[in-house]
Design a protein around this ligand. Structure first.
Ligand SMILES: *[C@@H]1O[C@H](CO)[C@@H](O)[C@H](O)[C@H]1NC(C)=O
Ligand SMILES: *[C@@H]1O[C@H](CO)[C@@H](O)[C@H](O)[C@H]1NC(C)=O
Ligand SMILES: *[C@@H]1O[C@H](CO)[C@@H](O)[C@H](O)[C@H]1NC(C)=O
Ligand SMILES: *[C@@H]1O[C@H](CO)[C@@H](O)[C@H](O)[C@H]1NC(C)=O
Ligand SMILES: *[C@@H]1O[C@H](CO)[C@@H](O)[C@H](O)[C@H]1NC(C)=O
Ligand SMILES: *[C@@H]1O[C@H](CO)[C@@H](O)[C@H](O)[C@H]1NC(C)=O
Ligand SMILES: *[C@@H]1O[C@H](CO)[C@@H](O)[C@H](O)[C@H]1NC(C)=O
Ligand SMILES: *[C@@H]1O[C@H](CO)[C@@H](O)[C@H](O)[C@H]1NC(C)=O
Length: 267
């Protein structure tokens, strides 16, 4: 009898816990779409007027996919937790039969930066030197080896922390010809999905990670959340979470937890 009571009250508690689990907080402003097809669109991004933080974060959603209009790049995923957007990144190539060369990118004067934390710069080819200049004229690049095992003829380098221009120059260090490639790619993806980097010449794009600058000054006295950044310039890639006692989606504001829900349920 006693056990039955204990069991019943445990069951009630369990049901209550399930019922009380709050729905995930909205990631879009009220009245705004939070998805484009399969892709979730968290604020500061948004679809349509008054739904994004400013024009730079406007998403065009159509039958082809989701595009960051300001830089005309197609989005594959946006992760607010990581403060990163996965976009279709270009593949720069030279002397590869049947492919166009890929368009270099210049994100200057936009809030977007190529993530040095999630991306790796890869050059593919035999004795290929690939160099690109960063925002502050720092050169990034590497020279690939030339072995008999074609799949080993690539090299990688880490981009500088505030890279906004992707315009690698491909050169042969000897008189060999042949296909050469350079791209900035999500490192985890590259390691787990690409065993032979030469196969990238048959792809239209690689997944590239962008981070963005957000003006967090308006929150400066706000105790309800905190942000951290992996970037030299703390304005970029701010990963924000609500502080203890607060809940919600930090970029739209964290609110104090409502403890009274507990009482309401027992009425
Ligand atoms: C969708 O928008 C992108 C970017 O503006 C554009 O390139 C593409 O052609 C559009 N697709 C359709 C089906 O309108
Ligand atoms: C998109 O980002 C979310 C959040 O980080 C992650 O869980 C998910 O696996 C990502 N999707 C793809 C296709 O990478
Ligand atoms: C990138 O664009 C900015 C202006 O938007 C320009 O000043 C700069 O020279 C460009 N950089 C390259 C490498 O094209
Ligand atoms: C591409 O091939 C041509 C000859 O077909 C050669 O002259 C040129 O040096 C090659 N370019 C590179 C970057 O390898
Ligand atoms: C990088 O790619 C991996 C594997 O596809 C994915 O799980 C991860 O979410 C991507 N990184 C970011 C920052 O989106
Ligand atoms: C990358 O590889 C993982 C497994 O390693 C697979 O689940 C995923 O679909 C692959 N992604 C792409 C874009 O090929
Ligand atoms: C949007 O906001 C970001 C962050 O404050 C800023 O860097 C960017 O210049 C703004 N874009 C426009 C079009 O005002
Ligand atoms: C970060 O970079 C932006 C744009 O280049 C600049 O306006 C801002 O002053 C920088 N902030 C810091 C803390 O260096």
């Amino acid at each position: 009898m006693v056990w039955k009571l204990v069991f019943q009250s445990m069951l009630m508690l369990l049901m209550f816990e399930l019922a009380a689990a709050p729905p995930p907080p909205p990631i879009a402003k009220p009245g705004c779409r939070d998805r484009c097809g399969d892709i979730s669109i968290p604020y500061p991004f948004g679809i349509g007027n008054n739904c994004y933080m400013n024009e730079s974060f406007s998403i065009e959603c159509n039958k082809t996919g989701a595009f960051i209009s300001a830089i005309n790049m197609e989005v594959l995923n946006i992760s607010a937790e990581r403060a990163a957007a996965t976009v279709k990144g270009p593949i720069i190539s030279s002397n590869c039969s049947g492919r166009e060369n890929g368009v270099p990118l210049n994100l200057s004067e936009t809030p977007f930066v190529f993530s040095y934390y999630y991306n790796v710069f890869v050059a593919v080819g035999c004795n290929t030197q690939a160099l690109m200049s960063g925002t502050r004229q720092t050169l990034v690049g590497c020279v690939s080896p030339c072995s008999d095992v074609e799949s080993k003829n690539f090299c990688r380098a880490y981009p500088s922390s505030l890279l906004q221009v992707f315009n690698p120059k491909l050169e042969a260090t000897d008189d060999r010809e042949g296909c050469k490639l350079a791209f900035l790619v999500n490192e985890t993806w590259f390691e787990s999905n690409i065993s032979d980097p030469f196969t990238v010449q048959h792809r239209d794009y690689v997944p590239t990670e962008l981070v963005w600058m957000m003006d967090l000054n308006r929150f400066i006295d706000d105790q309800s959340f905190y942000c951290r950044s992996r970037y030299q310039n703390g304005s970029f890639g701010s990963e924000c979470v609500c502080n203890g006692g607060y809940e919600g989606y930090p970029y739209l504001g964290c609110k104090g937890k409502h403890i009274y829900i507990f009482l309401q349920k027992y009425e």
